[in-house]
Design a binder for this molecule. Structure first.
Ligand SMILES: NC(=O)c1ccc[n+]([C@@H]2O[C@H](COP(=O)([O-])OP(=O)(O)OC[C@H]3O[C@@H](n4cnc5c(N)ncnc54)[C@H](O)[C@@H]3O)[C@@H](O)[C@H]2O)c1
Length: 380
């Protein structure tokens, strides 16, 4: 089957998606569909024409309305700034297109709820790009926890540390404006770990959060200083169902210490995921701190892990963690479209909405000096 694919936006992450999708025929991954790069929606269609054509797109349009009105388009991949996700989703869903949307799902929970309602009404397949679920290290941790390898998990520690905004001269972007992004390091990076905690350990019940904005002003494109009104750094303490507790740190100013790591401690052992260094396998320890190697045959019986292990490009064909992980997440979504049902453990828009509620509780806590705030799951 050929899937007619439409893309909204041609920024950094759209290119990450394209690097994976264009090379799909070379990657020896078992999918029974091919992808036709049918149409690109860009706000700069003239400037992007050559790049888009050389990637293989047959059409370039200058409005979202034109993109979703293409009759034979099957899916829309939304890769635009966060404040646009909601209106673009509504248009795509109303046109009956299946939707893959970058994270965070939107810039607030009013929008994420609207999006959930609309995709349900339109009955379209939907997935938010919580891509970290889709590498073998996380999938095998998911299987191992279910199979009791580390006993009952009781604590965790996650870090997503970038240095992308370290330089004060880096100009103002939509990411640093709350009305366009919905939040800073926490909304941009921390949301991935919020999703992983929910996925691996259970629903988050309450949160205490501290944030800080270290670089308070940046020059805009006219060279005028503008206020940064989002966090550069955030630290969260979370209480998860089943009496699991832990912390998450997210930063855009981590000098010399980029990291993408999660430790989970159980009463019979622990596991450590280090995605930047080994997206294929976590490190496991028993209760005495000895390294252990869970039976691969047992782990392979887990349907989610089994499928991810096959879809994720092998190390010889890797295009790096970012491209591989985004591609596997996209292939998961496209498999749901082809099979006509949402695959188990898909981060649907509903999951995106739940993560958004945690985010909002965290920001509420940070505005109240870190007091404990319950997550209001009634808003789902
Ligand atoms: N899942 C991940 O790991 C991951 C990583 C990076 C970015 N993202 C997400 O991807 C999305 C895009 O991020 P990015 O890094 O590619 O940003 P970017 O700034 O590099 O690109 C944004 C794109 O949107 C376009 N755009 C801007 N305004 C527009 C408008 N009004 N209408 C249509 N298009 C418009 C820009 O021209 C550009 O092509 C964000 O939601 C971001 O959070 C996710």
């Amino acid at each position: 089957m050929e899937i007619n694919y439409g893309l909204a936006g041609l920024g950094t992450i759209a290119k990450t998606h394209l690097l994976g999708l264009r090379n799909l025929p070379l990657l020896n991954v078992p999918v029974d569909f091919s992808i036709n790069l049918k149409a690109l929606y860009s706000t700069h269609p003239i400037e992007n024409m050559e790049t888009a054509k050389s990637c293989g797109f047959t059409e370039i349009v200058d409005t979202m309305e034109k993109l979703v009105s293409l009759e034979d388009l099957d899916v829309v991949d939304i890769c635009t700034p966060n404040f646009l996700h909601c209106q673009q989703t509504l248009l795509a869903a109303q046109a009956g297109k299946h939707i893959y949307c970058e994270k965070p799902l939107a810039s607030n929970s009013k929008e994420t709820r609207l999006m959930v309602e609309e995709v349900k009404k339109s009955n379209v397949v939907n997935q938010v790009a919580f891509v970290m679920r889709f590498n073998p290290a996380v999938a095998s941790a998911h299987a191992a926890i279910k199979q009791g390898v580390i006993g009952r998990p009781y604590a965790f520690r996650g870090e997503l540390l970038h240095s992308s905004y370290l330089i004060p001269e880096k100009a103002m972007t939509w990411r640093l404006q709350k009305n366009k992004s919905g939040g800073g390091a926490l909304a941009d990076l921390g949301i991935h770990l919020i999703d992983l905690v929910r996925f691996l350990l259970g629903e988050i019940q309450s949160v205490s959060c501290l944030t800080d904005t270290i670089i308070k002003q940046r020059k805009n494109s006219e060279g005028i200083f503008q206020q940064v009104d989002v966090d550069d750094w955030a630290s969260l303490s979370l209480q998860v169902e089943g009496n699991v507790k832990g912390t998450i740190e997210a930063s855009r100013l981590a000098v010399g210490n980029d990291a993408n790591r999660l430790w989970i401690y159980g009463d019979k052992g622990s596991l450590f995921i280090d995605l930047d260094h080994n997206p294929y396998y976590p490190t496991f320890y028993d209760e005495r701190g000895q390294r252990i190697y869970p039976d691969p045959k047992l782990l392979a019986q887990d349907p989610f892990y089994e499928r991810i292990a096959k879809l994720y490009p092998n190390s010889k064909l890797s295009q790096g963690f970012m491209v591989d992980t985004h591609l596997t997440s996209l292939l998961w979504f496209l498999s749901s479209v082809v099979e006509g049902k949402t695959l188990d453990h898909t981060p649907t828009f509903e999951e995106g909405n739940r993560a958004q509620l945690v985010l909002e509780a965290a920001y509420q806590s940070s505005s109240q000096n870190g007091c404990l705030v319950p997550v209001n799951h009634n808003q789902t």
